[in-house]
Design a protein around this ligand. Sequence first.
Ligand code: SAH
Ligand code: SF4
Ligand code: F3S
Length: 479
Amino acid sequence: MDQKHSEYKLPDRKQALKRTRDAVESSYDLFEVSSGAAGLGRGKTYYLRTYGCQANVRDGETMAGMLEMMGFSSCENEEEADLLLFNTCAVRKAAEDRVLGEIGSLKTLKKRHPEKKIALCGCMAQEENIVDLLIQKYPQVDLVFGTHNIYRLPELLRRCMQDNERVIEVFSEEGRVVENMPVRRSHPAKGFVNIMYGCNKFCTYCIVPYTRGKERSRRQEDILKEIISLKEEGRKEAVLLGQNVNAYGKDLGMQDGFTDLLCACAETGIERIRFYTSHPRDYSISTIEAMRRYPNIMKSLHLPVQSGSDEILRRMARGYTAGSYMELYDAMKERIPEITFTTDLIVGFPGETDEQFQKTLDLVEHCRFDLAYTFIYSPRSGTPAASMPDDIPFEVKKQRLQILNDKIADSALANNREYLGRTVKVLCEGSSRKKADVYSGYSEENKLVNFTGPEGLENRIVDVKVTGVHSFSLDGEAL
Ligand code: SAH
Ligand code: SF4
Ligand code: F3S
């Protein structure tokens, strides 16, 4: 195959850090497809696999929208697809290894069908070592693009498919917010809405600020337009997304931008609003008041704490203490007694002692989370924590994870027992493949509910009587 490498520039981490800390005005652009790329996918199929967080899911929806605008249709099978896209996550090594394994196994498929195109995008594509590895060891990958140039997908595909180029285009420059991009939403009942991109927090373990760049907020009017269109399409829930939603609007010079935005979103009248992810350091009392005031802002909060040890939190650069986290938790419970909490926790941060781990267990005892995403610390090259000394054996870290998971499962079950016999309002997301009358969805409190009921409940808010409880789900019957 006659292929030439296009020039690429990778992010310089120090520069990226500096740029991120400089407040730079974001620019806003409108999405366009060039005439050369418009009909490129006619009669062709694409297979898109997305890993990672909801930011990636939302990006995947944008890519699917663009591909369908270009004439591609989606397919569920790698073997059949003309174009395969891997929308990747870099947050832990295990996530990366899974993708590399998957792509590695496509070598034979590509040999048999050299006309198929394989693309890798998402957060792994923003990592210098990964792009080098792909260039050298994964010749089956035809296209690599990063998180800042998704809007260029049609043009990159044109070069890849028409000019038969191997295209590697990863922007180190962020800063552009592109509006009007097409979207193919993955849920009929709800819609993800980016309110901002990037993260300025630089927690010492985390790669996201390097893969997603500095914080850039979308304009409030663009966000509201998207929520109104969700409502007009009959969707019941808008899920606002940002790595640290409480920082919304800071780059636009707003004081309490997130609370203002939340109130404006509630005023659109959409039935449900949720938001991910909140940061304990920036959470403001005014946001609690907004949650209290508007019944359509769901009373559940995902508030990652990461650790219960002040020393570990300091070394993570989280900017709060276990005590201040618990104060915030108590203040919210006092103002909104029905509120439910979920969190993220890391065990085995470099040098974490048994006593420090115990502090995490103590915090979990106090906060009684309904669910926690728990992780063993994974060193990410280029982040400050990756060079911190760590003498804790992996076996110990695994044991800690197990102890923590058991404790969370216990408190979640105890919380759920209080729901037995109660009626909860569930947004029905669909029925089980095996049994058409077994539905699932999420209650206002963000509990997963599996329930039985008559036909046709999809995409409706249903009153469900709770008849059984588990640690992380409820069983019930539609009333
Ligand atoms: N912006 C969000 C979450 C981003 S990543 C926040 O600040 O809460 C999602 C979760 O992955 C984090 O909350 C953290 O618990 C986990 N995580 C991030 N980097 C990690 C690493 N290097 N090792 C293990 N877990 C990590
Ligand atoms: Fe990562 Fe911290 Fe930013 Fe969350 S707030 S994305 S954990 S750097
Ligand atoms: Fe993963 Fe990127 Fe999200 S690293 S967690 S997909 S922002």
